[in-house]
Design a protein around this ligand. Sequence first.
Ligand code: SF4
Length: 319
Amino acid sequence: MNKNKKVIEVKNLKKYFNVGPGLTLKAVDDLNFYIYEGETLGLVGESGCGKSTTGRTMIRLYDATAGEVLFEGKDVHKMSRAEHKDFTRHAQMIFQDPYASLNPRMTVGDIIGEGIDIHRIMGGKERMERIYNLLETVGLNREHASRFPHEFSGGQRQRIGIARALAIEPKFIVCDEPISALDVSIQAQVVNLLIELQRDMKLTYLFIAHDLSMVKHISDRVAVMYLGTMVELASSTELYDKPLHPYTQALLSAIPIPDPNIERSRQRVLLEGDVPSPINPSAGCRFKGRCRYAKDVCHQQMPELREVGPDHFVACHIV
Ligand code: SF4
């Protein structure tokens, strides 16, 4: 990881959806963070917390409601058509569902080659060689290029999705829950492949997931989201060893520990109640309705994300 270069920087990013008269769904509400070159930032939280919307807004699959996403210093949401086309060469996405994200009518070779064709990077024999190389890079083989997606297993399809994302040699990849639709036995293989590719190609990842144990394995730093806001951000080791936000503590305490003696004796922090609606959220901390430490101030003021230790940020009035 190169700590002297931020590949992507998010400043006061908001993404709201109008969902009816006077109803605003605040999917992403004032996020601030950056990712260094060659780094993996894990983004975790329960479903509906806005993590996928964040990833999609970062690469302009959604327009931002407010704020900036700076890619190598340029705001992705203010780029001209030509600049944006160039940006799409450098920023790619690996989708959650390897079944739905591949066009069933296209051969694997054409799926992987689509980006090469759109950006007119190369053609003919050279293009096919690139496709064969990519298939081999992700652990498939060149004969697979003429086959169709339905002929592959879930893990193999995700490898095709990864090869497609790599085809135009991007710098930044949003991995949107790339393993959650896969069998547990295949998940580690795909994560290890992503780690290897990052090392070889100096890739920068935003790795979105709700499986906290896998996020720890792949991430340099981890950010925790709750209802559109970021509640904690720290290095992976620090966050797992010393979680400070009550929500992070609850999420981590839900992960089973493989040692039955420790598992039997440890205290779990149970999350009470359901995730509240992100539509027109009330004032104060978004977590107040489920937090056992909530005080008056939590109902009135939204806590800001503050640095409470070296590179450890928390948004909570009591930390
Ligand atoms: Fe709990 Fe208050 Fe901290 Fe929110 S700000 S997490 S309600 S203690």
